[in-house]
Design a protein around this ligand. Structure first.
Ligand code: ZN
Length: 192
């Protein structure tokens, strides 16, 4: 978002950006490692949070906004804004157990399906203050972190379901596009 000139220039404005929807090809790309955690990253992270809350959702990855960089944000807490996670270059270092969760995605409109993932994970990454951090997560937070990190590798949750179910969904989306139904009008039912 552009601000006016003068005093406003120093204000870090936040903006809701457009969320890319399947089958946008950018969602299939492997995102690049962030080399510099600079003010552009800060601005992107602010926009990611703003966009996530506006959706509303509990997690978002930079590629969903068309930025193919390894950055994710999450807030799975009950009270909005109290449990914000902002991670640059996150890596899953350890995985344990399994859990099945009904997932949806802000980029996969009007569809949910059960996905099996690790129940406990250890994630390593960097904060936007350039500090190295580790996060131990289980259950829903572990699911959400794995879902967002998948986005950085060009993977959607529909890549983790049966081919039959994925094809049915793909055909539905193709039909919507053919009929000119704006995907923006189709809301996700679960919001990871
Ligand atoms: Zn997603």
């Amino acid at each position: 978002m552009l601000t006016g000139s003068g005093a406003d220039d120093t204000v870090n404005t936040m903006a809701v950006r457009k969320i890319l929807k399947f089958p946008d090809p950018i969602l299939k790309e492997t995102a690049l490692v962030v080399r510099n955690i600079d003010s552009q990253v800060d601005e992107l992270v602010s926009d990611m949070l703003e966009t996530m809350y506006a959706a509303p959702g509990v997690g978002l990855a930079a590629p969903q906004l068309g930025v193919s960089e390894r950055i994710i944000v999450l807030d799975v807490g009950e009270e909005k804004g109290k449990n914000i996670i902002k991670l640059v270059n996150p890596v899953i270092a350890e995985k344990e157990g399994s859990i099945t969760w009904e997932e949806g995605c802000l980029s996969v409109v009007d569809f949910t399906e059960n996905v099996e993932r690790a129940n406990r994970i250890l994630v390593k990454g960097w904060t936007t203050d350039e500090k190295e951090i580790q996060i131990e997560a289980e259950a829903f937070l572990a699911v959400a972190l794995q879902h967002e990190i998948d986005h950085l590798d060009g993977k959607l949750f529909i890549d983790r379901i049966s081919r039959l179910k994925r094809d049915i969904y793909r055909r539905r989306v193709k039909k919507w596009i053919k009929e000119g139904v704006p995907l923006e009008d189709k809301k996700p039912t679960v919001h990871i």
